[in-house]
Design a protein around this ligand. Structure first.
Ligand SMILES: [Zn+2]
Length: 92
């Protein structure tokens, strides 16, 4: 019993470490693929008078929110339905 505990604890550590890594990678891929240029390429009809509109509810109420967790990215989302439209790096 005493020998199993460190193994169990180590296993939990490795497992949670791996899932954090996996989430980070998925997030990075999202930032690379869900960009402004990609959004307007996929939704060229959503640009009206130089403004971006939501591809779900057509609202032009697009808001920006800074993502925490040292991601250095901003999320651009619809203020009407909450859909994430694209991401952009901070400080650009
Ligand atoms: Zn919307």
């Amino acid at each position: 019993m005493g020998a199993l505990l460190p193994i169990a604890v180590g296993g939990i550590f490795i497992f949670s470490g791996m899932s954090i890594m996996r989430n980070k990678l998925r997030q990075l891929r999202l930032f690379e693929t869900k960009t402004y240029s990609e959004y307007i390429k996929l939704n060229p009809q959503q640009i009206r008078n130089g403004r971006v509109a939501c591809n779900r509810c057509q609202s032009s109420d697009v808001r920006t929110k800074a993502l925490m967790n040292k991601t250095y990215h901003r999320e651009h989302y619809c203020g009407q339905c909450g859909a994430t439209l694209y991401y952009s790096p901070e400080g650009v």
